[in-house]
Design a protein. Structure first.
Ligand code: NAX
Length: 329
């Protein structure tokens, strides 16, 4: 049987962690024949709750769960990790400005980036879920490089897959076709309400989705705001932020990166290689194709007049976030 792969998960005692760990351990992320070892990181005050989660993981008797550890030390959590899901982050508290959130989280991700650079497997694939996830991934990438550079910059990614999946579900409802009929959807930019969900290239059973919808007013006034503000709508309805759908998107992101996207596009926040005029290194949502454990940004798509202002807006927000943490890096 296969050698177990080490999966580090931060914020493991949180609500996304609770929706995520059981699915990783059951083989939904890395394959039904791939044993895993879970390396769980959370704050000292969350260790007791984490013990409870581990008791439940034990009680599932998952055949693929080859081991697990809990720790509050990032150097232990990321030791030889093949995958790292950075979920834990400082939530926005009352009276906290966006800028405070950015700097509070920047501190977490400089520490964790350095720990990854020094301890993780050189092939470690990293997904940042904790918000602001694009900029947190950028910070981790920069500090990992400074701390020893074991892990290549391109392996630091951020989660845009929830936005991608939300867009698919809205389009499915609009045109009355199952989500499984869709291909080549994408979302550009930041995981925030400025993201630009773009169905111009999408198909459903081979038909152009743009032609099936044929309603630019719906696109601008209904579709984009609905997808962009979906997180807030979930909080309003549930009283808690998205957790199961976020965990599901994290599984989708890592599974496709590891096992391939079969030629379809998936949206990943990845360090820009300069494509589409996005400054190099900025972690930006792009259409990607995954094959042999690597992602490639889909090149050469037209950014038309309708799309340009949306791409510009989400890019400006990310550049502002980057400027806000520049003195920490
Ligand atoms: P919870 O507050 O339920 O859990 C967070 C966990 O992280 C807690 O157990 C906490 O103790 C831990 N933690 C905090 N700082 C840590 C640190 N420095 N090291 C290790 N663990 C730490 O939040 P949850 O609902 O699970 O959400 C986690 C993050 O995901 C938040 O930042 C949230 O904004 C973000 N989200 C990102 C999404 C995306 O699409 N990228 C969507 C869902 C979600 O909102």
């Amino acid at each position: 049987s296969k050698t177990p792969l080490r999966v580090a998960v931060t914020g493991a005692a949180g609500q996304i962690g609770y929706a995520l760990l059981f699915r990783i351990a059951s083989g939904e992320m890395l394959g039904k024949d791939q044993p895993v070892i879970l390396q769980l990181l959370d704050l000292p005050q969350a260790q007791k709750a984490l013990t409870g989660v581990m008791m439940e993981l034990d009680d599932c008797a998952f055949p693929l769960l080859a081991g697990m550890i809990a720790t509050d030390d990032p150097n232990v959590a990321f030791k030889d990790a093949d995958f790292a899901l950075l979920v834990g982050a400082r939530p926005r508290g009352p009276g906290m400005e966006r800028k405070d959130l950015l700097t509070e989280n920047a501190k977490i991700f400089t520490v964790q980036g350095a720990a990854i650079g020094q301890n993780a497997s050189p092939n470690c694939k990293i997904l940042v879920v904790g918000n602001p996830c694009n900029t947190n991934a950028y910070i981790a990438m920069k500090t990992a490089a400074k701390a020893g550079g074991r892990v290549p910059a391109k392996n630091f990614t951020a989660m845009l897959r929830l936005d991608h999946n939300r867009a698919l579900s809205q389009l499915s409802a609009k045109i009355g076709r199952p989500v499984s009929s869709f291909k080549t959807m994408t979302v550009w930019g930041n995981h925030s309400p400025t993201m630009y969900a773009d169905y111009r290239f999408a198909t459903s059973n081979g038909d152009s989705v743009a032609k099936l919808v044929n309603d630019q007013e719906w696109n601008a006034k209904t579709f984009l705001p609905t997808v962009g503000k979906r997180g807030a709508a979930i909080i309003e309805a549930r009283g808690l932020s998205s957790a199961a759908s976020a965990a599901n998107a994290a599984i989708d992101h890592m599974r496709d990166w590891h096992l391939g996207s079969n030629g379809d596009w998936v949206t990943m926040g990845v360090p820009s290689d300069g494509s589409y005029g996005i400054p190099e290194g900025l972690v930006f949502g792009f259409p990607c194709i995954c094959e042999n454990g690597e992602y490639t940004i889909v090149k050469g798509l037209e950014i038309d007049e309708f799309s340009k202002p949306y791409v510009a807006k989400t890019l400006a927000e990310l550049e502002e976030e980057r400027a806000g943490v520049a003195d920490l890096l």
